[in-house]
Write a protein that binds this ligand. Structure first.
Ligand code: TGC
Length: 406
């Protein structure tokens, strides 16, 4: 467990506050529940998010612009693959990683998504299932933000059932040749490498595919009303040739990509509460300033009831994240327990964002406040890494022992 080293941006200095932040902290301060190392990493991520991402996020979302120039800074701050050990990665606790996800998503889900795709998915696939040569070639570059990775699992026919995968890989001499189509692949058009999951003789295997390989193309999906400062793509693999050593030797079957999904889902448990906190802070700040009928709307009972409901669900979600983080650090966290967190925290973050929107009135639908951007982003977060329905069924199976997927 490594605390961030002192740097020009000292982790002990508190970043600037948001409207409503002090009032919220006075009632519930999650920061004080975190171990010292996690608090330091949280402060570091908060500073990066507020100083580097927040100033341009509304404009980036409006223009559908992924600010790639921030990636190197995320690497310098140690936030890429931060939960992995060695190969230039920070090797922090799961709780510290979660706290960083919370702070990034408090500004925008797109940047927590970037950190998830890079660290929890692409880098974790290489760290867990790659050869020593692959780890040395890719992990230090990805940790530093000099190389971007994506994770190509989902296919156009539906993301909930990866077992129905149609992408195939076949041997041709010493090489692998991969053909298929993937969809909703984050960052695929700016990635340097793609972790591609494909069927080989009936078994799902993973491959490291350089994105400049002939036959690889990634087209950003246009017309998105969520995750607008991020990129999601359709990826076509048209007889893409990969050298024999491009296969991830230890990845055999769907258990491999699913174990990476567990990591990303865990980050969402925390991240969703960041978006929720941002919405709660915006509503709280507004409730104390905006006057109707001659007094601040925060003085009306109906507004206070909404704020109380938001606070209660935020506290419960944050406490759940801390609890799951402690279990992950103890090595006892199960996939079903991650599903509890993903299902609850995204669902409740959406409810909190909706109540915040109502407190902001008409202004709540404008870019003057982050709430509508969070609300739209959270609808995407609700869908990826397992929909509400998938997580409900995972829990139903855990409770009854009876799978209801088919
Ligand atoms: P089944 O196909 O029978 O299981 C296959 C094997 O996988 C194991 N397994 C897991 N292992 C680790 N962690 C998990 N969470 C696991 N879930 C399943 C399972 O034990 C089995 O192992 P083995 O050794 O016996 O072969 O699958 P299942 O019946 O267990 O699961 C069904 C279901 C519906 C739960 C599963 O298919 C599922 O989770 N579906 C949702 C998939 C999903 O989350 N898709 C989203 C993809 S990623 C994304 O949205 C975009 S990536 C981010 C970006 O690019 O922005």
């Amino acid at each position: 467990m490594t605390a961030p080293e002192a740097s020009a941006a000292s982790p002990t200095t508190q970043p600037a506050t948001q409207p409503g932040e002090a009032a919220l902290a006075a009632v519930f301060c999650i920061d004080e529940l975190l171990p010292a190392d996690a608090r330091q990493w949280q402060q570091r991520a908060r500073r990066f998010a507020r100083e580097q991402i927040a100033p341009t996020i509304d404009d980036d979302a409006e223009r559908q612009y992924f600010r790639r120039e921030l990636v190197a800074g995320l690497g310098e701050a140690g936030l890429l693959g931060m939960h992995l050990h060695g190969y230039g990665c920070a090797g922090v606790s799961a709780t510290a990683y979660g706290a960083a996800c919370l702070e990034l998503e408090a500004v925008d889900s797109g940047w927590r998504t970037f950190v998830s795709v890079q660290g929890s998915l692409a880098m974790t696939a290489i760290a867990r299932f790659g050869s020593e040569q692959q780890k040395q070639a890719y992990l230090p570059e990805m940790a530093a933000g000099r190389m971007i990775g994506c994770f190509a699992l989902t296919e156009p026919a539906g993301g909930s059932d990866p077992a129905a995968m149609t992408t195939q890989a076949r041997r041709d001499g010493d090489d692998w040749v991969i053909s298929g189509v993937k969809r909703w692949i984050g960052l695929a058009s700016v990635a340097d490498i793609a972790i591609v999951w494909a069927v080989v003789d009936g078994t799902v295997r993973g491959f490291v595919v350089p994105t400049d390989a002939a036959g690889y193309s990634a087209t950003p999906i246009d017309g998105k009303l969520a995750m607008r400062a991020s990129i999601q793509c359709e990826v076509v693999l048209d007889d893409v040739r990969v050298p024999g050593e491009g296969i991830l030797p230890l990845a055999q079957g769907l258990r491999a990509p699913f174990s990476c999904l567990n990591e990303a889902r865990y980050g969402i448990v925390w991240g969703a509460m960041g978006a929720a906190r941002s919405c709660l802070e915006a509503a709280l700040g507004r409730a104390r300033e905006r006057e109707v009928f001659g007094r601040a709307i925060g003085g009306f009972q109906l507004t206070q009831a909404k704020l109380a409901d938001m606070l209660v669900e935020y506290e419960k979600g944050a406490l759940l994240a801390v609890h799951l983080g402690a279990m992950k650090d103890a090595g006892t966290l199960t996939p079903a327990q991650v599903s509890v967190g993903k299902l609850n925290n995204v669902r409740q973050a959406i409810a909190i964002a909706g109540l915040a929107r109502s407190i902001l009135g008409g202004d709540g639908i404008t870019a003057e406040f982050p709430v509508m951007r969070h609300l739209a982003n959270l609808e995407a977060v609700r869908t990826y890494e397992g929909t509400d329905e998938v997580h409900a069924l995972i829990l139903g199976r855990a409770l009854t022992g009876l799978p209801a997927f088919t």
